[in-house]
Design a protein around this ligand. Structure first.
Ligand SMILES: [Zn+2]
Length: 73
């Protein structure tokens, strides 16, 4: 059984992955920076665990937009 590890970039904690499935849900970010940034041609990727996500987003001046899946369907 293949065991690969994903890390939370904020706290450094390992998130267990078994058979390509994360045993814990994480926030996965990927940003391809464009011409109007100082990071043109760079792609930035990071993961944030749920606990760190809560801590970071609770400091937002404007809260995260939350859409319930049942409202979309
Ligand atoms: Zn974390």
């Amino acid at each position: 059984m293949a065991v690969k590890r994903v890390f939370c970039n904020v706290c450094g904690r390992a998130i267990e992955v078994r058979n390509g499935i994360m045993r814990e849900d994480v926030f996965e970010a990927e940003k391809e920076w464009g011409y109007f940034s100082n990071k043109d041609t760079e792609i930035h990727k990071f993961n944030i665990c749920e606990a760190c996500y809560e801590e970071i987003t609770s400091q937002f001046k404007i809260p995260v937009k939350v859409i319930k899946k049942t409202e979309v369907m």
